[in-house]
Design a protein around this ligand. Structure first.
Ligand code: PLP
Length: 324
């Protein structure tokens, strides 16, 4: 189906680190004695909820746009997404002087449309019941010569996301374990490249929503497994299959994939808001939730956890808390 895959390596993560330096935030690493006591270990939270545009996606997006040659950059980039990748790509393109088109469902929340336009993108709408968004994006890409930048299945995206773990390990030193959320596998594959290169004994664990464990099934089966669209509050991890560039890295460098429930995500969001005074979106809580609920045993270990994003509107957030 895909002719030739260029699978990124740790060298590509290093190159990404040089490209994003001074452009992406070097986000803080947060600790909490309460969290440590809950797991009887030492947790280091990489706060990508405080990244530009509110999620780690800015790392990959910026890396992918800056890897384009001058001519491709002048023509610009296109993506179909209504989530964090769309905003990150729009923002990165604008910072790098490239035009961008984001293809979004016509019923996307007004606040997301406004944010994407605010970052400088042209928004093209599709009807989620009758249109094929990928075909629309592809047509724009062909007509205008724009590069399609997908949210996870792309070597420059994977390499960019890997800088989150690279920075974390550079800052806190060797880890016994690294835990990240898992959707399509950009973040987990990139971070696994960094962890296994810098710290080969570090166990790398991905966390999916219970309702959508396609990554777990794929590793078990030894091939990419596709599932029906899952239902979970972790809206950044509702992918139905992991990427083809991502899967071989997950196979060779990831030690395990676990799942957490929506209820566990809500209690973790509450913990971050009440105890650590930070807002982490449901998807951003996947890794932390596996640790704090002892789905993954962190006792006696130094554990890095990527808090992948913080984009959740306050109305939705209070709804989650009211329901819990
Ligand atoms: C996209 C996203 C994820 C999942 O990342 P993948 O690279 O698709 O695995 C996790 N958390 C947040 C906040 C995201 O935006």
């Amino acid at each position: 189906m895909i002719a030739k895959l260029r699978i990124p390596t740790f060298e590509d993560v290093r190159d990404a680190q040089a490209r994003i330096a001074g452009n992406a935030h070097r986000t803080p690493v947060l600790t909490s004695r309460t969290a440590n006591a809950m797991v009887d270990g030492e947790l280091f939270f990489k706060a990508e909820n405080l990244q530009r545009a509110g999620a780690f996606k800015f790392r990959g997006a910026y890396n992918a746009v800056s890897a384009l040659d001058a001519d491709a950059r002048r023509k610009g980039v296109v993506a179909f997404s209504s989530g964090n990748h769309a905003q990150a790509l729009a923002y990165a393109a604008t910072l790098l002087g490239a035009p961008s088109v984001i293809v979004m469902p016509k019923d996307a929340p007004e606040i997301k449309v406004a944010a994407t336009r605010g970052y400088g993108a042209e928004v093209v709408f599709f009807d989620r019941y009758s249109d094929d968004r990928e075909a629309i994006a592809r047509a724009i890409s062909e007509e205008r010569g724009m590069a399609m930048i997908p949210p996870f299945d792309h070597p420059d995206i994977i390499a960019g996301q890997g800088t989150a773990a690279l920075e974390l390990i550079e800052e806190v030193g060797e880890l016994d374990m690294l835990i990240t959320p898992l959707g399509g596998g950009g973040l987990l594959a990139g971070c696994a490249l960094s962890a296994k290169a810098l710290n080969p004994d570090c166990r790398v664990i991905g966390v999916e929503p219970e309702a959508g464990n396609d990554g777990q099934q794929s590793l078990q089966k030894g091939e990419v497994v596709r599932i029906a669209p899952p239902k979970s509050i972790a809206d950044g991890a509702l992918t139905t299959f992991v990427g083809y560039h991502n899967f071989p890295i997950l196979q060779s460098k990831v030690d395990g994939i676990v799942t957490v429930s929506d209820g566990q995500l809500v209690s973790t969001m509450r913990f971050f808001a009440e105890r650590m005074k930070i807002i982490v979106e449901p998807t951003g809580c996947l890794g932390a939730s596996a640790a704090l609920n002892n789905v993954v045993d962190c006792a006696g270990k130094r554990v890095g956890i990527v808090l992948s994003g913080g984009n959740v509107d306050l109305k939705a957030l209070s709804g989650f808390f009211a329901g819990a």
